[in-house]
Design a protein around this ligand. Structure first.
Ligand code: ADP
Length: 558
């Protein structure tokens, strides 16, 4: 329900309309009900009051004058009873009670309370009203009471109207008229039921109308969102249908205009990017032939350097080294071009990751020796097998290890191999310069170097980690970096055991300082192929995600 409230505008509008509608209807309904009730009660009071004036006058006339029969108390009682009966209403429309007033001092004849029916008695008349009647004999007093009549299950409100009369020979007596408001109560309950049913019907109508109206507005917005989502996921030809000339039609037109302009710009950038990729690829291919010739000539000069004088011999040496670097730069560029062109394919075979690590360590042993770097390997004693392309995976590990040796300042390097149910991983940890904050997110950028001026002893094209990242992505794996200045860095490669199986976690921690927390968060994924050089895109359109692709933040993350 909460998520529906957050996600659906239509649900929110309908729910709010229902709540507000109920409040308004309940407020208006109870106000009208109260007005009707007040009107009915007041009308009854006015009618009854006028009637009482006449009836009291009649009673006063009958009981006020002298009469032989009323000389005795019994005679008086009979006369009073007759009078009370004569002014009582028919079928319980009005009851009459005659009771001695509080201010009556006559003791010769004392009449008992006389009532016109069994339903009421002196108890029905509030003492307060009796006192008021005795207190102001000239005026009529009214009060509302509730009665429970024998033929009715509910209590009935009733008006009691009291007035004082003088009974000849017996002094002042209060004459009370009780008007049960049964009819008014029934009318009012009918009005209440009608209001309730009407309110519910109105509520459904309002909710239905708000549903239909919001649907009219929300449906095109939803369609726009769907088209926008499809557009974002690559269906650049998708457009909204424009119907009519209203605001929604204008929204659709504006959206379509934006989509067309975006598509045009993307197409331009794609063309540019394709052109640049082709250019890089063509230049690399074109350079290969002259380079081979130069290489052969260079090798010849290099081989005969002993015959030259020392300066020329040194130049031959330099030429040879630079030709090595030129060759590896060219082959890296050609490799990157293959990734960009989508021509890179995996040559999968079941491989024990420990054997790949062993082969790479063997191959880099001489470099490690030159740098006096010890390499420690920590691996399970059972095979860590996965369906991978061993050539590419070894290239990644070699890159990581060579980098660790180069930047490790001669301190020992730890290689760890691990596996779990769904993935295998290898991490290369050095204790060298480490990475400054933010650098872990940049090491995979093409041509990025922490210190471009640093003297390089091996390789150093600045494309090594970019190629490694592409290789890892080709396996649907992760390549992530961690490092802090002074403590060294750790690079971790995680690969699914079964190709294309999405990774959920890595068997090894990325941050070696928090060894018990293997990463379960995938790195941000960006489309391959953004070739950046000196901040200027020279490959696919620049993608902000590509800057951090395959990495997790530096320092302290695992
Ligand atoms: P290259 O090593 O050819 O310069 P890479 O892509 O392999 O290119 O590395 C890019 C940059 O990342 C390096 O120049 C270096 O600044 C940084 N880097 C890579 N590995 C490490 C490491 N283990 N320690 C510190 N910095 C590293």
């Amino acid at each position: 329900m909460v998520s529906l409230w957050r996600r659906s505008l239509q649900f929110r509008v309908v729910a709010l309309t229902m709540v507000l509608g109920t409040l308004v209807l309940a407020g208006v309904g109870s106000y009208l009900y109260q007005r009707v009730a007040d009107g009915l009660v007041e009308e009854r009071r006015i009618g009854a009051s006028a009637e009482v004036i006449q009836l009291a006058a009649k009673a006063q006339l009958q009981l006020g004058g002298s009469n032989d029969q009323r000389d005795t108390t019994d005679g008086l009682v009979i006369a009073a009873k007759n009078t009370v009966q004569s002014i009582a209403g028919t079928e319980g429309s009005r009851y009459v009670v005659l009771a001695r007033s509080d201010n009556n001092t006559v003791t010769d004849a004392i009449l008992p309370p006389i009532v016109s029916g069994d339903e009421v008695g002196l108890v029905s008349i509030p003492a307060e009203l009796q006192q008021k009647v005795a207190g102001s004999p000239a005026t009529q007093q009214t009060q509302i009471i509730t009665l429970r009549l024998s033929n009715d299950t509910d209590v009935t409100p009733a008006w009691v109207i009291g007035q004082q009369i003088t009974v000849s020979g017996a002094g002042p007596y209060g004459l009370y008229f009780i008007y049960p408001m049964t009819r008014e109560r029934d009318t009012l309950s009918l009005v209440g039921r009608t209001f309730l049913v009407g309110g519910i019907v109105l509520m459904f109508l309002i909710v239905g109308i708000s549903y239909v109206v919001t649907r009219l507005v929300v449906a095109p917005v939803r369609r726009a969102a769907e088209v926008a989502e499809r557009f974002a996921s690559g269906a650049l030809n998708d457009r909204m249908t424009v119907r009519g000339e209203d605001d929604l039609a204008r929204l659709a037109q504006a959206f379509n205009g934006m989509a067309a302009s975006l598509q045009q710009q993307i197409a331009q950038l794609e063309n540019l990017s394709r052109f640049q990729q082709r250019f890089v690829s063509d230049v690399s291919h074109e350079l290969r032939t002259p380079l081979t010739t130069i290489r052969m000539a260079g090798d010849l000069i290099h081989d005969s350097r002993a015959d030259f004088d020392p300066t020329v011999s040194r130049s031959a040496e330099l030429l040879h080294n630079e030709l090595d670097r030129f060759e590896s730069l060219l082959s890296d560029l050609l490799e990157i071009s293959r990734f960009d062109a989508g021509a890179a394919v995996l040559d999968l075979e079941p491989t024990d990751l420990r054997r790949s690590v062993a082969r790479v360590v063997d191959a880099t042993a001489s470099l490690a020796e030159r740098k006096s770097t010890r390499i420690d390997i920590e691996e399970p004693d059972h095979p860590c097998e996965a369906e991978i392309d061993p050539r590419r995976v070894e290239r990644i590990i070699r890159n990581l290890l060579v980098n660790a040796i180069e930047h490790g300042e001669g301190r020992p390097i730890e290689i760890r191999v691990g596996e779990d149910d769904s993935a295998v991983a290898v991490s290369v940890r050095d204790h060298g310069l480490g990475l400054r904050p933010g650098e872990a997110a940049m090491v995979f950028n093409r041509f990025w170097r922490a210190d471009p001026a640093r003297a390089r002893t091996t390789g150093g094209t600045g494309l090594g980690l970019a190629i490694s990242l592409e290789d890892a992505r080709l396996h649907d794996g992760w390549l992530q970096a961690w490092g802090t200045p002074g403590t060294g860095s750790c690079f971790r490669l995680t690969l699914p055991k079964v190709p294309r199986e999405p990774l959920e976690r890595s068997p090894l921690p990325l941050n070696p300082l928090v060894p018990s927390s293997p990463s379960s968060t995938p790195p941000p994924v960006a489309p391959a192929g953004s070739l950046t050089h000196g901040g200027l895109p020279v490959g696919l359109p620049p993608d902000p995600g590509a800057q951090t692709a395959g990495t997790r933040g530096s320092g302290g993350q695992s």
